[in-house]
Write a protein that binds this ligand. Structure first.
Ligand code: DUT
Ligand code: MG
Length: 151
């Protein structure tokens, strides 16, 4: 398993709140917890930037981390991410923050320590852009946004 450096920024992590871990051997994501001082209630349409109490340093530019919603929160309670997907750059060393957005029509309360999102490490390829005048023609060409139809 890949080792990723982590700094604990909130003393509750590792004590009152467990360190993020994979819930099962096959889990792709580890849940991030809300390091809030007090519970917050997100009214419909509201967003709130929630600290996780952790900082990671991926360090390897061939890796990144993404923050994704938890399906239960997203589907049942409308709690997703204000930025839809959070991308954690390999050189980021600040606190991991979760932008929680209530896209639902009911208020939702988040308590300190609640698992509010999940963190997945993914491979990354950095590219160098080479300018050309024309591409070698492909079957798709410039087709997009439904160009292949719906049925
Ligand atoms: O949900 C998120 C998204 C980003 N970040 C942190 C890690 C990431 O490496 C950094 C920058 O993210 P991004 O590049 O998406 O933000 P930006 O608006 O482009 O800011 P910057 O100009 O700092 O890159 O912010 C988080 O903590 N949580
Ligand atoms: Mg950026």
């Amino acid at each position: 398993m890949k080792q990723i450096e982590v700094k604990i920024l909130d003393s509750r992590i590792g004590d009152e709140f467990p360190l993020p871990e994979y819930a099962t051997p096959g889990s792709a994501g580890m849940d991030l917890r809300a390091c809030l001082d007090d519970q917050i209630t997100l009214d419909p349409g509201e967003t709130f930037l929630i600290p996780t109490g952790l900082a990671i340093h991926v360090a390897d530019p061939a890796l990144a981390a993404v923050i994704l919603p938890r399906s239960g929160l997203g589907h049942k309670h409308g709690i997703v991410l204000g930025n839809l997907v959070g991308l954690i750059d390999s050189d980021y060393q600040g606190q991991l923050m979760v932008s929680c957005w209530n896209r639902g029509n009911q208020s939702f309360t988040i308590a300190p320590g609640d698992r509010i999102a999940q963190l997945v490490f993914v491979p990354v390829v950095q590219a160098e852009l080479a300018i050309v005048d024309e591409f070698h023609a492909s079957e798709r060409g410039e087709g997009g946004f439904g160009s292949s139809g719906h049925k």
